[in-house]
Design a protein. Structure first.
Length: 576
């Protein structure tokens, strides 16, 4: 047997042993024998190896892979870059680039990536990597030049695909403002393409919102019906307040009445500012135009749930389910909430448990535990909570809050207060814990503790609208201090205009103060905003005190349609 043949047999044996010990890459092992015999291509679509396998190259392959397996990425990258230069094989260059990137060796990364792209000009990943390396290295002029090559190779049909990556790539620069200027210069060369200025707008959003707005307007001038750009402009305008966003979406729909995504966004925005009747009309139009669109049925279901139209909410949410709405976890959570609102706890439990099998599974566990508490199955609820190990402080606090709520629902408010009190010793300034502790304290008659906790929360978070609301309601309803309450509740409404819960509290405080006209006006507004049975109870009481007995009965009976077991409403009717 010739000496080379004997050496190869010995090497094959060594390689076999190394494969088992170090898990060498199979394509490297397969290439060794082929390279030793003839300079053929490793794969047809790449440049063939120009030279036969030498003992030095063989040693390099082995050294590179063993170094990689042992965690020495820098040595492995150095060896593979040398091999790539010798073999002129695109795959070896790609491997060198990957190893250099893992080793955070910017110089070798750039060198290997350039070689990879030279050997395989069609490799889009190589082009992507090269542009990123140039940007991170501050070589912005060359990055722009390479990006032009990338766009040219992509062709007219692929330009938008490349443009969508560019904001993320250029944002990786050490000096984002300079990179934004570079991207803007590039975009100026594409005068007919809407994606070019849109790419600039996306990058500019966090750096210079005014520039982003100007760029997105340029994109919309080129494509006036582009919903994606219209929605992005709405995001930018959100920084100027809700009204600016609403005005823009309304104006776009006047010009593009078939823009269903924008119509859905507009309906959602109206709901957020409590213009629920307008949002409802938009959803009706939207569902008429897009009867098979699952996401629109889901959003319309959320609107119906929020307004207390529970039968309509069920119709729309179940329709979204039958149409295969993609976010199953969120859908099951909302179906569970619907069942809770109907006091169907067993159904709610099953829906929440279904949510645990999808995204938002953690929230499903928490909500299911609360329902188990209400059903008196506290041990089962504790086991369910214990099945999820908190990954950080936020999750730990959320688990404690849920345990307390579960105990409250299980009619053990004293134990709930103890859980929250212990949590506050560990996290004394946590706003959610302070809020929950105050509400539970109020529920067990510890009004001074509740007041102290809420005032501390307001001092820590002066814009916490619901802290003002909770304190105001406690002062009005529990401590007979309605005039103090009105001041606090007006501040809450200033912080959260149109909020139905705050309108209800403020209306009730005016009722307690004897201001019946103001009470009725505010409580009517609250009942329009949310068809909640407690609001119906308050409005009915104010109407009755004003002498409007028939209207009061109508309101109480209307409230019973959505909550037929509500004791507050039943008692109100029975007492009259």
């Amino acid at each position: 047997m010739p000496r080379l043949g004997l050496e190869l047999k010995l090497l094959e044996l060594k390689i076999s042993l190394m494969t088992k010990k170090y898990c060498l890459l199979p394509w490297v092992l397969l290439s060794l024998t082929a390279c030793a015999q003839t300079p053929i291509a490793l794969r047809a679509e790449t440049t063939p190896i120009k030279t036969g396998l030498t003992s030095q190259m063989l040693y390099g392959f082995l050294l590179g892979e063993i170094a990689s397996q042992r965690g020495d990425k820098r040595l492995s990258a150095e060896v593979y870059l040398d091999l790539a230069q010798r073999t002129r094989d695109a795959r070896v260059a790609k491997r060198a680039a990957e190893l250099a990137a893992h080793a955070q060796d910017a110089g070798r990364s750039l060198q290997a990536t350039r070689l990879w792209l030279e050997l395989d000009p069609e490799a889009e990943r190589a082009r992507h990597a090269l542009v990123l390396l140039l940007i991170k290295g501050g070589q912005l002029d060359e990055a722009v030049q390479e990006t032009r090559h990338w766009l040219t190779r992509a062709g007219a049909t692929g330009e938008s695909g490349v443009w969508q990556f560019l904001p993320g790539l250029y944002a990786r620069a050490a000096k984002p403002e300079a990179a934004l200027d570079a991207l803007a210069r590039l975009a100026e060369d594409y005068t007919e393409l809407a994606e070019a200025p849109f790419s600039v707008a996306r990058m500019a959003q966090q750096i210079d919102p005014a520039r982003a707005l100007k760029a997105v307007d340029a994109a919309l001038k080129r494509r006036p019906d582009w919903e994606k750009a219209a929605l992005f402009k709405a995001q930018i305008l959100a920084g100027k307040g809700d009204q600016a966003t609403l005005d823009w979406l309304a104006a776009f729909l006047l010009q593009q009445p078939k823009a269903h995504e924008v119509r859905a966004a507009y309906a959602g925005a109206l709901s957020r500012v409590h213009r629920l009747d307008e949002a409802g009309r938009l959803y009706e139009v939207l569902l008429k135009d897009t009867p098979e669109h699952a996401a629109n049925h889901f959003q319309a279901g959320l609107w119906a749930l929020r307004t207390g139209a529970l039968a309509l909410a069920e119709t729309r949410l179940t329709r979204a389910l039958s149409l295969g709405y993609s976010n199953r976890g969120q859908l099951f959570l909302r179906l569970g909430e619907l069942a809770e609102r109907r006091q169907q706890d067993e159904v709610a439990l099953q829906r929440y448990l279904q949510a645990t099998e999808h995204e938002h599974g953690g929230e499903g566990v928490l909500r299911a535990a609360v329902v188990l508490g209400r059903l008196g199955r506290l041990e089962e609820g504790r086991r369910l909570l214990a099945s999820v190990v908190p990954q950080d402080e936020d999750e730990r606090i959320e688990s404690l809050r849920t345990e307390a709520q579960m105990l409250r629902e299980g009619r053990d408010a004293v134990a709930a207060l103890a859980v929250l009190g212990a949590a506050l010793k560990q996290y004394p300034d946590h706003s959610d814990l302070l809020y929950d502790h105050a509400l539970v304290a109020e529920g067990v008659g510890q009004f001074e503790v509740a007041e102290q906790g809420l005032r501390r929360l307001i001092a820590l978070k002066p814009t916490h609208a619901h802290a003002y609301n909770a304190l105001g309601y406690t002062l009005a309803d529990r401590l007979n201090r309605p005039l103090e309450a009105i001041v606090l509740l007006e501040k809450a409404l200033e912080l959260s205009p149109g909020d139905g819960y705050i309108l209800d509290s403020l209306g009730w405080a005016h009722f307690k103060a004897g201001h019946l006209d103001a009470a009725i006006r505010l409580l009517r507004e609250a009942y329009i905003a949310m068809r909640d049975p407690e609001v119906a109870g308050h409005l009915g009481e104010a109407l009755w005190a004003k002498g409007l007995h028939a209207e009061a009965r109508d309101v109480w009976q209307d409230g019973l349609k959505t909550a037929p077991e509500n004791a507050l409403l039943r008692n109100a009717l029975e007492r009259r």
